[in-house]
Ligand binder design. Structure first.
Ligand SMILES: Nc1ncnc2c1ncn2[C@@H]1O[C@H](COP(=O)(O)OP(=O)(O)OP(=O)(O)O)[C@@H](O)[C@H]1O
Length: 331
C-alpha cells in the first residue's frame, strides 16, 4: 500500500467505558488504514467493538465512554489532521465535509421535526458558502441521485412519512451532500429486507464510483462484506485480528477466528452441502477479558502455556496482517 493512498490512519486506538462494575475495553489497540476510494469492511460478531471504533473516529462516543489513547490521522487536502486531539470546532468542520456517517437506523440521525430537505440544506450551508435556493436545488439533486421518486415533492417530507428503505436513501443523500472523502456506514442495511438491502448496497457502490469516496462499511454479515469490500478487517474483542485484501482474506483466512467465522456462515467458502459449524463457546462478557490472546478460549489451534499468556502482536505478512502466535515464526 503506497503511503500516498492512505486517507485515514488509525493507530493503537483505545476507547474504554468506565462503569461502576469495571472498565469495558471496547476498542483495545486498533490499527487500520483506509485508502482513498476503497471500501473497507469491518466484520466480527456482535459486541466486538466495530461501532465504538467507528464512532471514535468523529468522537461520537458518549460518556462514560472515552478515548483512552491512540492516533487517528485524516489526510485531507491541505495536510494531515489528527482527530483524537482535535478541537471540537475542527471536528464539526470535518463532519459531513470530509467524513460523513450513516447508521442502521436513520431515525437516530435524522431530526423528526424537520423536513428531509431542510436537514440537507442545513448540512450544505454549514460547510459551503451557498444560498438557500442553491442548497435546496442540491438537496433535490441528491434525493434524485439516491433514487427517491418525485424528489421535488419528497424534499418537503418528514422522515416518518418515508418507508425504511427510502429513509435510508434520504440519510445517504444527506451524508453525501457535501461530497465527503469518507463515508462510514454502520450496518446500513441490517434493518432492511433482503431486496432493499441489495438495492442500498448497489446504490452505495454506484455513488462510490461517481463521487470517488472511500467507504468504511461496518457489518456483522460476511456475505455483505464479500459483495462490496476491497479490504477487510476482522475484529474480535476490541482488536483487529486479521486485515488484508477482502478477496484473499475470504479465500484463504489465516487467523483461527476468521476461519471459524467463515465456517459459521452459509455459502461463503464452502460447498453447499457442507454443515455449518458454530464458533465454539461465546464471546466472553466485556469485563472478563481473557489473558493472552483474547480468542484463545474458543480457538481450535490454541497452544497451552503460550496463547493463554502472550498477547499476540500484529504480524505483517506479504498480503495481510494477522495477530496470532501461530505465525510468529513466519515473521
Ligand atoms: N454506552 C455503553 N456503555 C457501556 N458499554 C458499552 C456502551 N456502548 C458499547 N459498549 C460495549 O462496548 C463493546 C463494543 O460494542 P460495539 O457496539 O462497538 O460492538 P459491535 O461490534 O458494533 O456490535 P453490535 O453490532 O452488536 O453493535 C461491547 O462490549 C459493548 O457492551
Amino acid at each position: 500500500m503506497g503511503a500516498d493512498d492512505v486517507l485515514l490512519e488509525i493507530e493503537d486506538l483505545r476507547t474504554h467505558f468506565l462503569l461502576d462494575d469495571g472498565v469495558v475495553c471496547a476498542v483495545d489497540g486498533v490499527d487500520l488504514r483506509v485508502r482513498k476510494g476503497e471500501t473497507l469492511a469491518i466484520v466480527g460478531e456482535s459486541g466486538c467493538g466495530k461501532s465504538v471504533m467507528a464512532r471514535s473516529i468523529l468522537r461520537l462516543v458518549d460518556p462514560p465512554g472515552h478515548i483512552e489513547g491512540g492516533r487517528i490521522t485524516l489526510h485531507r487536502e491541505g495536510g494531515p489532521v489528527e482527530l483524537v486531539g482535535a478541537h471540537r470546532r475542527l471536528l464539526r468542520q470535518i463532519r459531513w465535509r470530509d467524513i460523513a456517517m450513516v447508521f442502521q437506523e436513520p431515525m437516530a440521525s435524522l431530526s423528526l421535526v424537520h423536513t428531509i430537505g431542510s436537514q440537507i440544506v442545513e448540512a450544505v450551508r454549514l460547510h459551503e458558502n451557498v444560498g438557500k435556493a442553491a442548497a435546496r436545488r442540491r438537496a433535490i439533486e441528491m434525493l434524485d441521485r439516491v433514487g427517491i421518486p418525485m424528489p421535488q415533492r419528497r424534499v418537503d417530507a418528514y422522515p416518518f412519512e418515508l418507508s425504511g428503505g427510502m429513509r435510508q436513501r434520504a440519510m445517504i443523500a444527506m451524508a453525501l451532500s457535501c461530497r465527503p472523502s469518507l463515508l462510514i456506514a454502520d450496518e446500513p442495511t441490517t434493518a432492511l429486507d433482503v431486496t432493499t438491502q441489495a438495492q442500498i448496497l448497489e446504490l452505495l457502490r454506484d455513488l462510490q464510483a461517481d463521487f470517488g469516496m472511500a467507504i468504511m462499511l461496518i457489518t456483522h454479515d460476511l456475505g455483505v462484506a464479500a459483495q462490496v469490500a476491497d479490504s477487510m478487517a476482522v475484529m474480535y474483542l476490541g482488536r483487529v485480528v486479521e486485515y488484508g485484501a477482502a478477496e484473499q482474506v475470504l479465500a484463504a483466512p489465516r487467523h483461527p477466528y476468521t476461519r471459524a467465522l467463515l465456517r459459521s456462515m452459509p455459502r461463503l467458502g464452502r460447498a453447499s452441502r457442507t454443515r455449518l459449524t458454530a464458533i465454539k463457546g461465546m464471546v466472553p462478557p466485556p469485563y472478563a477479558r481473557p489473558d493472552g490472546c483474547p480468542f484463545h478460549p474458543r480457538c481450535d489451534s490454541v497452544v497451552a502455556g503460550k496463547c493463554d499468556v502472550v498477547l499476540p502482536r500484529r504480524i505483517p505478512m506479504a498480503d495481510r496482517e494477522v495477530s496470532c502466535l501461530l505465525y510468529e515464526e513466519e515473521a
